[in-house]
Design a protein around this ligand. Structure first.
Ligand code: PRP
Ligand code: URA
Length: 209
């Protein structure tokens, strides 16, 4: 069974209230998506292994903990996933970044893949797929399936807002993928938009509407 983590920290909830607001500017929307991603990354990386290393402080030698060279890859789903990358890289600057281009066919709501470039050693890395919206779950499920075809074993999904339908689909198609979200909303509307959601995340990040 996949694990669902709802990261309802007050800082995240507050920032989420700002990006839901239709009157928030593109600049502020983009900045806050990045900040939320940074905060979510803190929880999504909680299980990274650490190892003991020795350092000399100005006072004495000390045995301290460092991240144990675990290799991470972020895979944003284009376009909207791009808005989450910078915030996460602030926390894990050595992560490699792959890209998968997927859009939803507006009629069928099914995912259409149009681009893919992943790190050569993706199979050896822990992968975090990032996309602010998990609606029907079609895009995230397709991305996870595709990444698994490259041999990846450890995959997480980080989305800011999810619909129950998207969570169910991910859990049934990819029970091994841990899911991190900031909010689970009520439902999808007849156009496949999350209600209440925040509208079209790609358009709001890039100002295309
Ligand atoms: C949005 C969003 C997800 C997808 C979620 O992308 O960023 O990728 O929809 O919907 P799903 O769970 O039903 O698949 P969109 O297709 O609007 O493309 P864009 O990021 O290029 O705007
Ligand atoms: N994609 C979005 O950007 N928003 C939604 O509400 C659903 C899919």
């Amino acid at each position: 069974m996949s694990k669902l983590h709802v990261l309802d920290h007050p800082l995240i909830l507050h920032k989420l209230s700002v990006i839901r607001d239709v009157n928030t500017s593109v600049k502020e929307f983009r900045e806050i998506v990045s900040e939320i991603s940074m905060l979510m990354c803190y929880e999504a990386t909680r299980d990274l292994p650490v190892e003991d290393v020795e350092v000399d402080t100005p006072v004495a030698p000390a045995v301290v903990k460092r991240i144990a060279g675990k290799k991470l890859a972020l895979v944003p789903i284009l376009r909207a996933g791009l808005g989450m990358v910078e915030g996460i890289l602030t926390m894990v600057p050595n992560a490699k970044v792959g890209h998968i281009g997927i859009y939803r066919d507006p009629e069928t709501l099914e995912p259409v893949k149009y681009y893919c470039k992943l790190p050569n050693d993706i199979a050896d890395r822990d992968v975090i797929i990032v996309d602010p919206m998990l609606a029907t779950g079609g895009s995230a499920a397709a991305a996870a399936k595709f990444i698994k075809e490259y041999g990846c074993k450890h995959i997480k999904l980080m989305s800011i807002i999810a619909a129950p339908e998207g969570i169910e689909r991910m859990m049934s198609e990819h029970p091994d993928v841990e899911i991190f979200v900031a909010a689970v909303d009520e439902r999808l509307n007849e156009h496949g938009y999350i209600v209440p959601g925040l509208g079209d995340a790609g358009d709001r990040i890039f100002g295309t509407k």
